[in-house]
Design a protein around this ligand. Structure first.
Ligand code: SF4
Ligand code: SF4
Length: 335
């Protein structure tokens, strides 16, 4: 157990990521939450954007709200819509307070404006004063953004991808931890690209400066496997060998979402295309992934004219054009 940064949220270091709730029923959600309770997992992270996730979790927590800390998040960027989203989350989660409310997936161009008078941060501050939310956090996929966040003092927690093949935020997480900002790591299995879940979580939690990993779990077995990792967080030589093997295998075809390849002259949102393809093929969230892929509009892989500019900028030398063709093959034929 440890506190999430300087907050009074005291949690087990394995938390629960609410994305997969979308592919199970209310009854199955209840069973997973029962298991979380019996294993002492007390941190649940969900989002307004995960369709039924908040609602199912809220129903499952009836009568035992006090045993869990709830984090959720909203994509709203302006004052009014954030205010509305907080109310919807409270109603979905059937509670009168949310322990951590996060601004969801903030991008570099958006960051400086969210503190303006008509923007989201003000609504969060007001909700905090009213006791509707206890802490304000933020999530992002941009290193540039979380570097700025950690320089400042506006957020109690940061949430960023971190796993065996995506450790670009290592220094930022260390700095955040030192400052008392809670460190939450998303995508522990690199969006499903890493098979060995226990090793993936052990790797993350072997880092003292990471407060919590939040793997998605949709059955009792997964909860039990993930929580068992906490028995021993020391990486053995065998673990390190496996970690190196995973890195080698994924090197060369795994996008770390660093965005160095952007902008594309045709506005292809390269990392989002790969992310949605991963959700579609490896994460069994087909409908959700397709919907998000479609919402990319001109940023879809179909806009690529194969000019090759992005490949010159990718520090991991990814064959982006070939990978975008694969996105089209998987997501365009399944429309
Ligand atoms: S190869 Fe495609 S994705 Fe890459 S910069 Fe050119 S048009 Fe954009
Ligand atoms: S394709 Fe390469 S440069 Fe672009 S986001 Fe992925 S890893 Fe970064």
């Amino acid at each position: 157990m440890r506190n999430l940064g300087n907050t009074d949220i005291k949690i087990k270091r394995v938390g629960f990521g609410g994305i997969p709730i979308q592919r199970i029923t209310q009854e199955e959600t209840n069973i997973v939450i029962d298991e979380l309770e019996s294993q002492g997992i007390n941190f649940i992270d969900t989002a307004r954007g995960y369709t039924v996730s908040e609602e199912y979790i809220g129903n499952a927590l009836q009568g035992r709200r006090g045993k869990f800390y709830i984090a959720t998040k909203s994509m709203s960027r302006d004052y009014e819509s954030m205010k509305k989203d907080i109310e919807i989350s409270l109603s979905n989660l059937k509670t009168d307070y949310i322990d951590l409310y996060q601004i969801h997936n903030i991008k570099p161009v958006e960051y400086d404006t969210i503190f303006d008078d008509d923007k989201a941060y003000k609504a969060l501050l007001e909700a905090k004063e009213e006791g509707k939310i206890k802490n304000i956090g933020i999530t992002s996929h941009s290193l540039e953004v979380i570097e700025k966040i950690v320089e400042g003092d506006k957020f109690a927690t940061i949430q960023f991808p971190y796993n065996i093949v995506e450790d670009q935020a290592d220094a930022v997480f260390r700095k955040a931890h030192k400052k008392g900002i809670g460190t939450i790591t998303m995508k522990p299995l690199a969006g499903g690209a890493i098979d060995d879940g226990a090793l993936a979580i052990k790797y993350i939690l072997s880092k003292e400066y990471i407060d919590v990993a939040i793997p998605g779990m949709n059955n009792v077995k997964e909860v039990q496997e993930n929580v068992s990792v906490l028995q021993d967080l020391n990486l053995t030589p065998k673990d390190n060998e496996k970690i190196e093997k995973i890195r080698k295998e994924l090197n060369g075809n795994f996008c770390r979402r660093c965005e160095y390849c952007l902008p594309c002259p045709n506005n292809v949102n390269i990392p989002q295309n790969f992310l949605m393809e991963g959700y579609f093929t490896r994460y069994n969230l087909k409908e959700w992934a397709l919907e998000r892929y479609e919402s990319l509009g001109d940023g879809k892989a179909t806009s690529c004219t194969e000019c090759g500019l992005c490949e010159e900028k990718c520090p991991y030398n990814l064959p982006i054009r070939k990978m975008l063709k694969n996105v089209c093959e998987k997501l365009e034929v399944n429309k």
